[in-house]
Design a protein around this ligand. Structure first.
Ligand SMILES: [Zn+2]
Length: 406
């Protein structure tokens, strides 16, 4: 009796919450850090400027390439209160959670993945196991309810996307023992073996007592296993930076001088690769669709045979399972191919986007990580060779959206 009452109430509460989620009304007990509840409508969020400034700072530091742990450390050094402690200070109460006096990497990471900062409301992320068990659990992403543009954003979409991109990157920049961040971390690859390049720093003591620091990159494969697998591919940071800067400027200048020609030549190159690929994808899609409709017919006829008593139960089940498994596999493959086809067809937009982006950098003088991650996908570094007594090496810069632009 008690249970059914509890279940009933619990269902009602859930239904009310669900409908509020869908309209983008904020339901939580406390507003997310950076916001407060609107005094005129407790389901609406408005910006809390002091905390919002910290949120912006976190995103900016992230875009500069700092890791979550470093960001937390910096906030603590600056004496900025973490969200929970800040909340209790704001409402003038003692923080009952004694252990939460400092920022940590988990808080920073969670904050940077919260779409609330671009004005979207994502709710139903956590909940109780059941009406009997009140333990809070993280719900699967499919159950989250997202409504866009429900309140003022703190972070621009541009910054948000860059931060998510950095989050996804395989290699995060790390500080080494000399407290130097690797500018190109995660972007450089060996042209011969494909391994990521490793960052290294050397200290040289000069005669005047000053210490000079040289940063360079070398093939990670070589650095791990030596000459038998690859050669050093060593490149110093300074010439690499100059080269990349020059390339960005040159591309920006060409775009400024003759945008139409640049777009045309990139499109021609991309589409010749693309059109072959697209033809193969289209052919595969056709084959998959044909097989899927065959499978439908096969399943249908198994059911009919079963009803007519033509085949034994066990065989019927076996056949159904077999066809259904194949259908699931083929459908998911089809979905992937269709997605790929869409992407291939979006090339034109990508090229335009790249052109718009690169033209902003014609006067670039210094290279920071933020710019690098915004513009460049990866850089392949070839080995240095001596040709006719001259040092030569091949370096291929692959830009975002358009890849290698010769
Ligand atoms: Zn290598």
């Amino acid at each position: 009796m008690t249970y059914s009452y509890a279940r009933d109430t619990s269902c009602k509460i859930k239904a009310v919450k669900q409908s509020a989620y869908k309209t983008g009304k904020y339901i939580g007990c406390y507003a997310p850090y950076g916001y407060i509840k609107d005094p005129e409508d407790k389901h609406h969020l408005i910006i809390d400027e002091p905390a919002a400034a910290v949120v912006r700072k976190i995103f900016n530091l992230r875009c500069k390439g700092l890791g979550c742990f470093r960001i937390a450390q910096q906030l603590n050094e600056e004496g900025i209160l973490p969200p929970r402690a800040y909340y209790y200070q704001m409402i003038g109460k003692v923080n009952p959670y004694r252990c939460n006096g400092v920022w940590n990497d988990v808080t920073v990471r969670k904050l940077m993945r919260n779409e609330v900062y671009i004005g979207n409301m994502v709710q139903n992320k956590r909940g109780t196991l059941s009406y009997k068990n009140h333990k809070q659990i993280d719900k699967p992403k499919e159950e989250w309810v997202k409504v866009e543009n429900t309140h003022e954003a703190i972070i621009s979409l541009d910054i948000w996307e860059l931060a998510q991109e950095i989050d996804k990157m395989r290699s995060h920049p790390r500080y080494n023992s000399l407290n130097i961040i690797s500018l190109f971390g995660g972007l450089l690859y060996c042209m011969d073996c494909g391994f990521a390049l490793r960052h290294q720093t050397e200290r040289h003591k000069r005669k005047n007592g000053k210490v000079a620091i040289y940063e360079s990159y070398l093939c990670g494969n070589y650095s791990r296993s030596g000459h038998t697998v690859c050669s050093t591919h060593m490149i110093y940071l300074k010439p690499l930076t100059e080269l990349v800067l020059a390339d960005i400027c040159a591309k920006a200048d060409i775009v400024k001088l003759n945008e139409a020609d640049m777009i045309k030549s990139i499109l021609e190159r991309m589409q010749s690769q693309n059109s072959q690929e697209t033809a193969v994808i289209k052919k595969n899609i056709k084959t998959l669709n044909k097989r899927l409709s065959e499978l439908e017919k096969l399943l249908q006829s198994v059911y009919e045979d079963k009803i007519k008593g033509k085949i034994p139960e066990a065989l019927c089940i076996e056949l159904i399972n077999k066809y259904q498994t194949e259908r699931t596999e083929k459908s998911s493959h089809l979905q992937k191919l269709e997605h790929q086809l869409d992407e291939n067809q979006a090339v034109q937009n990508d090229v335009q986007e790249w052109v718009n982006l690169i033209r902003q950098y014609s006067n670039i003088e210094t290279l920071d990580r933020e710019t690098l991650l915004r513009l460049i996908d990866k850089i392949e570094i070839g080995e240095q060779k001596i040709v006719d007594g001259q040092k030569e090496r091949e370096i291929k810069i692959h830009y975002k959206f358009v890849g290698y632009v010769g």
